[in-house]
Ligand binder design. Structure first.
Ligand SMILES: NC(=O)c1ccc[n+]([C@@H]2O[C@H](COP(=O)([O-])OP(=O)(O)OC[C@H]3O[C@@H](n4cnc5c(N)ncnc54)[C@H](O)[C@@H]3O)[C@@H](O)[C@H]2O)c1
Length: 449
C-alpha cells in the first residue's frame, strides 16, 4: 500500500526532478481527523443572490463552520487564498446567463488553496420551469467536470442539484463536499430531493448515535474501514464476513465495540440468518453491501464458476438479503442501504465482463429500488470506488498499478477511509433527501469520466 512515487514527490529533490520531466506532482490529500469540529476552515467565497431559493440554506450551513465567508473577492483582498468557491447557480435561467459562472470563477480560480473545494449548486434539469432553464442547468455538469480537471493541487469540484422544495436538505451534501471527508471525491453530481426534517437534538459529530448498522465483508480492506467510520460516528456495527476470516473479523468487531457475524452471504440460509440477527437488535438502520470479489479472465477464457461466483457474491446475494429484510420489515423507518459498485460497473474493464456486469447491476439495483423503497422512507445509494489502496490493488502488476494511481485529477490512489466517509454521508439521518445516487470515489479518474 506504499506509494513510492508520492514519497519521492514529497522531497524537494524529487519534486524538482519530476517537474523537470513533466510528471504529475501529487499534493497529499487532507483527510478528516477524528475530533475535527469544523467541517471547513479558511476562506470561502460565496456567490449567491437575494432572489435565490437556497441563499438562506447555504448561509446557515456555512455559519455552522469556522470558515471566513466573503461575498466579494474585492472585499477579501488580492492576497487571500480561498479554501472554497461556492456558487449558487439556481437562478440561472437560460444559456446566455451561464456567463455568470465565468464572471464568478474566472477572477478567483487561480486563488484556490491546495485541497480546495469548488462547489456549484443548481436545480435538476428535469425539475426546471422552462426548457431554457433545463438546458442551462444541464450545462453545469460539463462546467464542473472540466474545472475539476483544471484546478489541480488535490482540489475537487462538485455539483449539487437541489430540487425545488428540498432546500432544507442542502446542509448534509454541502457539508460533505466542503469537508475533508470528500477528499478523494471529485466531479460528482449529487441529486437531492425532499426528505424528513432533522431531529432537534441531532449531533453532527455523532450522526449515527443509536443506529444499528450491518457491514458485509468487514474483516479487512474497505469493509473494515466502513465499519470503523460508522462506529466512530456512533453506530453499533454488526461486522459480517466469511467463516475463514473469523480471526480478523473478531479483531475488527472488538476494536470498534461491534459484533461479529461469520457468514457466507451466498449461503442459502444467509438472508434468514441475517434477519434473525437483526431481529434481536430491533432491526437495522443501515445496511452496507460491501463484500465483493474479482475473478478476472477475458470472456473467451472464463470458466463458468468464475462468472457464477462473482455474480452471486457481488449482486444476487445483495438482492436476496434486501428482499428478505424488506419482507420481514427489518429495515427501520428512515433506513439506509448503501451498495459498493465500482468504476468497472461504469466504464467496463478488460478481463472483467463478470465483475463489470455485477457492479453495473448494483447501480441498476440502486436506481430501480430507490422509488420503491422511498415509499417506506428508506434510501438506497451506491459508491463507485476507483483506485483504492488495498491489498487487492497492492497485488496488481507494477505498471497497471502505477497507471491506476496516476490517471486521475489528483494523481494518487484513494484510501479505504475515502470510500467509508462517502458511505457514512449517505447513511446519515441528515441525508434523507438523497436516494438513487451513485457517487464515484475516484479522484476524478479518467476512466469512464
Ligand atoms: N479496492 C479497490 O480499489 C476497489 C475498487 C472498486 C470497488 N471495490 C469494491 O469494494 C468492495 C471491497 O473491496 P476490497 O478492496 O476491500 O476487497 P477485499 O478483498 O480486501 O475485501 C473483501 C471482503 O469481502 C469478504 N467476502 C468475500 N466474499 C464474501 C462472501 N461470500 N460472504 C461474506 N464476505 C465475503 C472477504 O472475505 C473480504 O474480507 C468490493 O465490493 C470491491 O468490489 C474495490
Amino acid at each position: 500500500m506504499s506509494d513510492l512515487y508520492q514519497t519521492i514527490a514529497k522531497s524537494n529533490v524529487g519534486r524538482t526532478i519530476l517537474k523537470s520531466v513533466n510528471l504529475p506532482l501529487p499534493v497529499p490529500l487532507e483527510r478528516y481527523q477524528h475530533g475535527q469540529t469544523s467541517f471547513i476552515t479558511g476562506n470561502v467565497l460565496l456567490g449567491t443572490t437575494e432572489d435565490s431559493r437556497i441563499k438562506q440554506a447555504i448561509e446557515s450551513t456555512l455559519s455552522e463552520s469556522d470558515a471566513m465567508v466573503y461575498t466579494s473577492a474585492v472585499t477579501a483582498g488580492d492576497e487571500v487564498k480561498f479554501k472554497s468557491l461556492v456558487f449558487d447557480a439556481t437562478t440561472i435561467n437560460s444559456s446566455d446567463e451561464l456567463i455568470k459562472l465565468y464572471e464568478f470563477f474566472k477572477p478567483v480560480i487561480k486563488r484556490t488553496a491546495p485541497n480546495g473545494r469548488i462547489v456549484v449548486i443548481g436545480t435538476p434539469p428535469e425539475g426546471a420551469d422552462t426548457p431554457q432553464q433545463a438546458v442551462a442547468q444541464r450545462a453545469l455538469e460539463g462546467f464542473v467536470r472540466s474545472i475539476g480537471k483544471e484546478v489541480k493541487k488535490s482540489c475537487s469540484a462538485q455539483l449539487i442539484y437541489i430540487s425545488k422544495g428540498a432546500e432544507n436538505q442542502l446542509t448534509s451534501p454541502l457539508r460533505f463536499v466542503l469537508s475533508p471527508k470528500s477528499a478523494y471525491v471529485s466531479a460528482q453530481i449529487i441529486r437531492v430531493n425532499k426528505g424528513s426534517a432533522l431531529p432537534k437534538e441531532f449531533d453532527w459529530n455523532k450522526p449515527l448515535k443509536d443506529k444499528v448498522a450491518l457491514v458485509t465483508g468487514a474483516a479487512r480492506g474497505i469493509g473494515e474501514s466502513i465499519a470503523e467510520v460508522l462506529a466512530r460516528d456512533g453506530a453499533k456495527v454488526i461486522c459480517l464476513d466469511i467463516p475463514q476470516a473469523a480471526q480478523p473479523l473478531e479483531t475488527v468487531a472488538r476494536r470498534i465495540g461491534g459484533e461479529a457475524l461469520q457468514l457466507d452471504i451466498t449461503a442459502e440460509n444467509a438472508p434468514a440468518e441475517i434477519a434473525a440477527k437483526l431481529k434481536d437488535m430491533g432491526g437495522a438502520d443501515i445496511i452496507v453491501h460491501n463484500a465483493g470479489v474479482t475473478r478476472d479472465k477475458t470472456l473467451g477464457n472464463m470458466p463458468e464458476h468464475f462468472w457464477k461466483m462473482v455474480m452471486d457474491i457481488n449482486l444476487t446475494s445483495e438482492e436476496r438479503i434486501n428482499d428478505k429484510l424488506m419482507e420481514e420489515k427489518l429495515i427501520n423507518k428512515n433506513g439506509r442501504i448503501v451498495c459498493v459498485s465500482s468504476m468497472s460497473g461504469i466504464a467496463g474493464n478488460f478481463g472483467q465482463t463478470n465483475y463489470g456486469a455485477s457492479k453495473a447491476g448494483v447501480i441498476g439495483l440502486v436506481q430501480t429500488y430507490a422509488p420503491i423503497l422511498g415509499k417506506e422512507k428508506i434510501t438506497i445509494n451506491a459508491v463507485a470506488p476507483g483506485f483504492i489502496e488495498t491489498k487487492m490493488t497492492d497485488a496488481m502488476p507494477f505498471t497497471i498499478r502505477e497507471a491506476g494511481r496516476r490517471m486521475n485529477s489528483m494523481s494518487q490512489g484513494g484510501r479505504p477511509q475515502d470510500v467509508a466517509e462517502t458511505i457514512a454521508f449517505f447513511s446519515s439521518p441528515a441525508s434523507s433527501g438523497i436516494t438513487g445516487n451513485v457517487v464515484r470515489v475516484c479522484g476524478q479518474s479518467l476512466i469512464g469520466a
